[in-house]
Design a protein around this ligand. Sequence first.
Ligand code: PHE
Length: 341
Amino acid sequence: MEEKIQEIKGRIALELADVKTSAELFQLKAKYVLGKAGIIPGLMKELGKAAKEDRPKLGMVINSLKEWATEYFAKKEIEINEAEKNYRYKKETIDITMPAKHLKQGTLHPVSLVKAELIDIFAGMGFRVLETREIEDDFHNFTALNTPKEHPARDKQDTFYINDDFMLRTHTSPGQIRSLTTIKPPFKVLIPGRVYRADDDATHSPMFHQMEGLVIDEKITLCDLQGMLDVLVKKMFSEEAKTRFRPSFFPFTEPSVEVDVSCFECGGKGCKLCKGTGWIEILGGGIVNRKVLENCGVDPDKYTGFAFGLGLDRIAMLKNGVNNIHVLYEGDLRALGQFKG
Ligand code: PHE
């Protein structure tokens, strides 16, 4: 037995010398000391076969082997843990002197900037903001807006139809119908949103943005629209900005106007931006046609109102000197990052 024990000690020392990782160490520990399958616990089992008088002595010898081995493994374990820890420290060292990665700060989209600015100005005049549907039915997009089937004005708005009854809205004006049929007058609403037309060139995109305004009250006239727009252009463009009304036609307003602002680039003298005219068109509007009020169950003898529609993309382009609308939608951050509100 003595011999066997010496041999086991020798083997442990030899095998342990080669161990480099804690996983290997664990395997060796299992082989010699752990559980019932270990070599040393195995010796204990053999004890039963020895002669009765030899057993106490042998038991002591095996026990001391076990103590020796446990201690030997424990020492090695400390050594290996230390080595592994040092290796990790070295590998995971962070060089805090390295320059940090620069995260580019995002900016709001130019159309969002214009929208936010307009909402801010109109909210100051008591307007509330509504978002209405992008998929509209014929009634709201056309018929109730005094544009019945066969009306020639339908052709002007190259409509994307979804089926016979539904379409992508061609303007935010259906929001007028949704407001008139759900809100009790008097009210002032602002309806921003995406609109769609089958039109695509340098200044037109199949999807673009409008902002509708609608004021309904007693005794509203075109002067109210003009007064409000004067405040708007002064805040939006400059204190010197003026507006001018030109007669126009929309089925849902009567009379209808197109509104120009004095050119904010040249102050009205004439330049490239205003094409020498001194004026820039910014919106369409007018007095709400009494037929529209009737269609929505509002008494046109009691209430009148004005409505207007602004193109947000167009204003974003004018303000930033962009002459191709697609710059707004190509997602090139080098271009989009340069816009100001
Ligand atoms: N909806 C019209 C357009 O898209 C603009 C408009 C709105 C005109 C409200 C008058 C009143 O061209």
